[in-house]
Design a protein around this ligand. Structure first.
Ligand SMILES: Cc1cc2nc3c(=O)[nH]c(=O)nc-3n(C[C@H](O)[C@H](O)[C@H](O)COP(=O)(O)O)c2cc1C
Length: 215
């Protein structure tokens, strides 16, 4: 049963581009067959609590003496990691918020990045249960981040997610990007608005192709 884990984090519940693109992906995934299931977690509508205790970032053997993190949060962490490990493909909507990822998505990352359980500390082979698993990041940004432009490297959401999911967890990360999403609202020149529409259409096409390839 090929299973997709779809995470959304946009706080825009009406015009979100990332939500629309992840939905295009999920619809294409479902259309591959009844056995293709989707588990959807909306990190904005149902936000996770922030980690109350840094000890949750470590397994018991690496925690400071006397550490006793909340059993409820330990259980939540166990559930979130099990949900991730059970997924064949991870799909995340990543709107760019203040050059970073939404705090709701960061809270999820703080739970699932658990050295010795999802990421290696001393034995890489045995501690990367997600190694090679696809992670598709749907990145939407209001501004322009074209190669060669002064803002090319100002997105700090994708690099952080790629470090965690790709380097630490060993997943195979790919991105689908739509920029200039605020061009109409800010009265940008018509060529910028046209570029935004082209990027958005291409992102939806790429989402369909990726779902078919990975499903
Ligand atoms: C709180 C907040 C912060 C934002 N910060 C940035 C930013 O730093 N850079 C940028 O290009 N756009 C920024 N934007 C615009 C969003 O990236 C843009 O609207 C994008 O389309 C959001 O994704 P969505 O369409 O899925 O909601 C911000 C929007 C919000 C709501």
């Amino acid at each position: 049963m090929p299973r997709l884990l779809q995470l959304d984090s946009s706080a825009d519940l009406t015009t979100s581009r990332s939500r629309a693109i992840t939905e295009t992906f999920a619809t294409a995934w479902r259309s591959l067959g009844e056995d293709h299931t989707v588990v959807h977690r909306d990190l904005h509508r149902e936000p996770l609590p922030h980690l109350k205790d840094a000890a949750l970032h470590f397994p018991p053997r690496l925690r400071p003496k006397g550490a006793s993190p909340s059993p409820r949060q330990e259980e939540l962490q166990r559930v979130l990691i099990a949900e991730l490990v059970a997924a064949d493909v991870l799909l995340i909507g990543v709107p760019l918020y203040n050059y970073s990822m939404p705090s709701t998505l960061k809270a999820w990352v703080d739970y699932i990045h658990l050295p010795t359980v999802t990421a290696p500390v001393d034995d890489p082979a045995s501690q990367q249960p997600l190694a090679g698993r696809p992670a598709v990041l749907v990145s939407t940004r209001g501004g322009i981040y074209d190669a060669g432009s002064p803002t090319e490297f100002d997105d700090h959401a994708l690099p952080a997610l790629t470090l965690i999911l790709g380097n630490a967890l060993g997943m195979t990360v790919e991105t689908i990007v739509a920029t200039r999403t605020l061009s109409e609202r800010f009265g940008a020149p018509t060529d910028e608005v046209a570029a935004q529409h082209r990027e958005l259409a291409a992102a939806h096409d790429t989402a369909v192709q990726a779902a078919r390839r990975l499903g």
